[in-house]
Design a protein around this ligand. Structure first.
Ligand SMILES: Cc1ncc(COP(=O)(O)O)c(C=O)c1O
Length: 419
């Protein structure tokens, strides 16, 4: 791990007390709700693919704020857009027209299937919007009483009560009963299950084109296309949750483009504004008509600051070759991880697309994440045993080599340790 004294960050006193990272962590444990188990580092600076902690230690960041920092940390165009907008206008109500909001909506529609965009602040909120709109559309346009939404085992759609219920993983439901009525779960990537599940109550199917939190699960080829066909046949809406896979993460701006199918609605958040909180629901014309004034709202949704950042982020992704780099380096990364798989029997499978890559282990992966961190590399583990790699889309093959070589050393050490 590199130590960079030039970047040493000294915290100003807080409440009259001189602060170091240990003192900040103690305060965090005391005052911040314990909804996360945190690693014992305090990050204070980021640039491109790297972040630095308070002591000046450098980390190669293959977490990217969980698929948020697709452009890398503090992309200069995003920083400038935020600075310029903050000097002009940070917030006004959606009672008035907002210039960067209109720009971002226009750009998103220009580059996708969508005709309209509803802005909000997070992925969960975007999915809430999609589910509300599906129900409303069904009431207005479908025959009978159709309100049920089909979602997939191992999906992840958020932590609000409705999106938590849509998330077909029991571990997230514990303690929150009764859940929302109106959901049905089926296996992912199983077209037969979709056919059997749709009935007179179904109004929509919601699916991640590639499951992220659920273990980086890619559907079989043709699955999304078949889903579209069934939805058309049975007059059911199709919603793609691209909160994690959208904005270039898989090598295309939207993951649905790989299969050439279009949803009726698509949700975005995470990297849409280069790190500034935002969410968006992209809607086709047919469905958008069911949202009228007063039907849905968000105070901060489409706020000038967030959407100005969004415009800069989207333009940077499109203009700076990030999609091409993501595809190229993603293929290289997968191949390098396959080499590791051949060398170490604890690796079950390597899978993913673009720069959303999972390595399934035959044992839990938490200790590997910690050891990697001690060696200056940030990665994540999901579902207990799937190492997840989410580097910024600007990552280089040399940086991938650094991570893969570190992983190999950690695997070797771990095996010696067990012997
Ligand atoms: C596919 C997917 N949908 C929704 C969400 C929820 O997003 P947020 O945490 O912004 O509410 C996530 C978060 O990880 C996600 O991966």
């Amino acid at each position: 791990m590199e130590y960079c004294p030039l970047l040493h960050y000294s915290s100003t006193p807080f409440l009259g007390v001189a602060m170091d990272s240990q003192t900040w962590m103690m305060l965090s444990e005391k005052y911040v709700a314990h909804t996360y188990t945190r690693y014992p580092i305090l990050l204070v600076r980021g640039k491109g693919t790297r972040v630095w902690d308070m002591e000046g230690r450098e980390y190669l960041d293959f977490v990217s704020g969980l698929a948020v920092c697709n452009l890398g940390h503090c992309h200069p165009k995003v920083v400038k857009a935020i600075q310029d907008q903050a000097q002009r206008l940070i917030h006004v109500s959606n009672f008035y027209y907002i210039e960067p909001q209109i720009q971002l909506a226009s750009l998103l529609c220009k580059h996708s299937f969508a005709d309209k965009v509803f802005f909000c602040n997070s992925g969960a909120e975007a999915n809430e919007g999609a589910m509300k709109l599906a129900r409303k559309y069904a009431k207005e346009k479908m025959e009978g009483d159709r309100y049920e939404i089909i979602t997939m085992d191992r999906s992840f759609h958020g932590r609000t009560l409705a999106t938590l219920t849509a998330t077909a993983q029991e571990k997230f439901h514990k303690g929150y009963a009764p859940l929302m009525p109106g959901f049905k779960y089926i296996p992912f990537s199983d077209i037969g299950a979709v056919r059997r599940a749709i009935d007179s109550k179904t109004c929509a199917i919601m699916v991640e084109p590639i499951q992220g939190e659920g273990g980086v699960n890619c559907p079989s080829e043709g699955y999304l296309k078949a889903l579209r066909e069934i939805c058309d046949e049975r007059e059911v809406l199709l919603i793609f949750d691209e909160v994690q896979v959208g904005m270039g993460r898989t090598g295309k701006l939207f993951a649905y483009e790989h299969e050439g199918v279009q949803p009726d609605m698509l949700t975005l958040a995470k990297s849409l504004a280069g790190g500034v909180p935002i969410g968006a629901l992209l809607i086709n014309k047919k469905v958008a008509e069911s949202f009228g004034p007063g039907d849905h709202a968000s105070t901060f949704g489409g706020n000038p600051l967030a959407t100005a950042a969004g415009v800069a982020a989207l333009n940077a992704i499109l203009e700076e070759g990030m999609l091409e780099n993501c595809e190229k380096v993603g293929i290289y990364f997968l191949a390098r991880l396959e080499e590791i798989k051949r060398k170490f029997s604890i690796v079950q499978e390597v899978r993913g697309k673009g720069l959303l890559i999972g390595m399934e282990l035959k044992r839990e992966g938490g200790s590997i994440v910690k050891t990697m961190m001690q060696r200056g590399v940030l990665i994540n583990c999901t579902m207990n045993n799937v190492l997840r790699f989410l580097p910024p889309l600007i990552v280089t093959e040399a940086e991938v080599d650094q991570v893969v070589n570190t992983l190999e050393e950690v695997f070797k050490t771990g095996m010696e340790h067990r012997a």
